[in-house]
Design a protein around this ligand. Structure first.
Ligand SMILES: NC(=O)C1=CN([C@@H]2O[C@H](COP(=O)(O)OP(=O)(O)OC[C@H]3O[C@@H](n4cnc5c(N)ncnc54)[C@H](OP(=O)(O)O)[C@@H]3O)[C@@H](O)[C@H]2O)C=CC1
Ligand SMILES: O=C(O)C1=N[C@H](C(=O)O)C[C@H](O)C1
Length: 259
């Protein structure tokens, strides 16, 4: 049995994770955490009597093997630090960790001799999109990224889009795209900029999580697109990560590294 704490259990992803745990014979839910957590959630969400419900990080007691985190960019760093310090292996889907924070968490995981996984995207279509986009950048250095999400998403750009840009940047030299004296007659209309790669974020009701990477060359173009139509698409990745987390050597970044 793998004992699991779910941070962000009342959110869109947290709800899917509770379902996954319920459906997986060797997973056991031992605790849940959210700032707005109340004892009423036990009945409302069908949480067993043995499940501990926390609404404050500092109150959480050790007792889980794995800490699953789908909370908020503002919370994830402190949450993961807490998990590692208290002997829990983190499986983190929450976006927003900076490179510096990741370095610190990796050091802590090594010091604590704990494994764990941080993945900006647990969906196979997004993992493959990132792999293909990195490869394509060797041949098509001019590229822009459009990510499209539901209108409840708190952060922009998406963690996946930013990771895609970072991977592409490994295979091309930074350069400005468009004419050198380009002017915006409407502020920010050319999007965000990561080493010259433009990122555009769309937020609309009806959407879940989608990304397009557009490469342009002389007289041709390549478009790579992935669509997550349902949050269930992330669950096989989360399941695999939970099963492997305790055996990993330190904190691993990217689902592709454990497939
Ligand atoms: N890696 C991946 O494959 C995926 C990653 N994500 C990422 O997961 C994160 C969550 O997404 P989603 O489920 O849609 O978000 P929601 O806003 O639907 O849910 C967030 C959850 O976290 C809780 N929460 C918010 N702030 C805190 C805090 N400071 N401390 C503890 N709990 C907190 C909320 O409850 P309360 O408000 O009561 O605290 C709620 O339970 C986002 O960063 C998103 O980008 C999403 C989908 C896939
Ligand atoms: O907030 C979301 O919904 C998602 N967040 C992740 C991200 O920011 O990349 C993963 C996926 O895109 C869904």
């Amino acid at each position: 049995m793998i004992k699991i704490l779910v941070a962000g259990y009342s959110g869109s992803m947290g709800q899917q994770v509770l379902k996954l745990i319920d459906e997986t014979p060797d997973f056991e839910l031992v605790a849940v955490f959210a700032l707005g957590a109340t004892e009423n959630d036990r009945q409302r969400l069908g949480l067993g009597e043995q499940v501990k419900i926390y609404n404050e990080l500092s109150q959480i007691e050790q007792g889980a093997d794995v800490w699953i985190d789908f909370t908020a960019p503002s919370a994830v760093f402190e949450n993961v630090k807490f998990a590692l310090k208290h002997g829990m292996c983190p499986v983190v889907g929450t976006t927003g960790l900076t490179d510096e924070e990741l370095v610190e968490l990796k050091q802590l995981a090594l010091a604590q001799q704990l494994g764990g996984l941080v993945a900006p995207n647990f969906g196979m279509s997004a993992v493959l999109l990132m792999k293909f986009a990195k490869e394509a950048a060797k041949y098509f250095p001019d590229v822009e990224i459009i990510e499209m999400h539901h209108d409840n998403k708190k952060d922009a750009p998406s963690g996946t889009a930013l990771m895609t840009a970072k991977l592409i940047a490994q295979n091309r030299l930074p350069h400005h795209q468009g004419v050198a004296d380009e002017t915006e007659t409407l502020a920010h209309v050319r999007g965000g900029d990561y080493e010259g790669i433009k990122l555009h974020s769309v937020r609309l009701p009806g959407y879940v999580a989608h990304e397009q990477v557009l490469f342009g060359g002389a007289g041709e173009a390549l478009t790579i697109r992935q669509d997550s139509f349902d949050r269930a698409s992330f669950m096989s990745g989360v399941k695999l990560a939970v099963k492997k987390a305790q055996a990993l050597d330190g904190l691993v970044v990217g689902l592709e590294n454990i497939l």
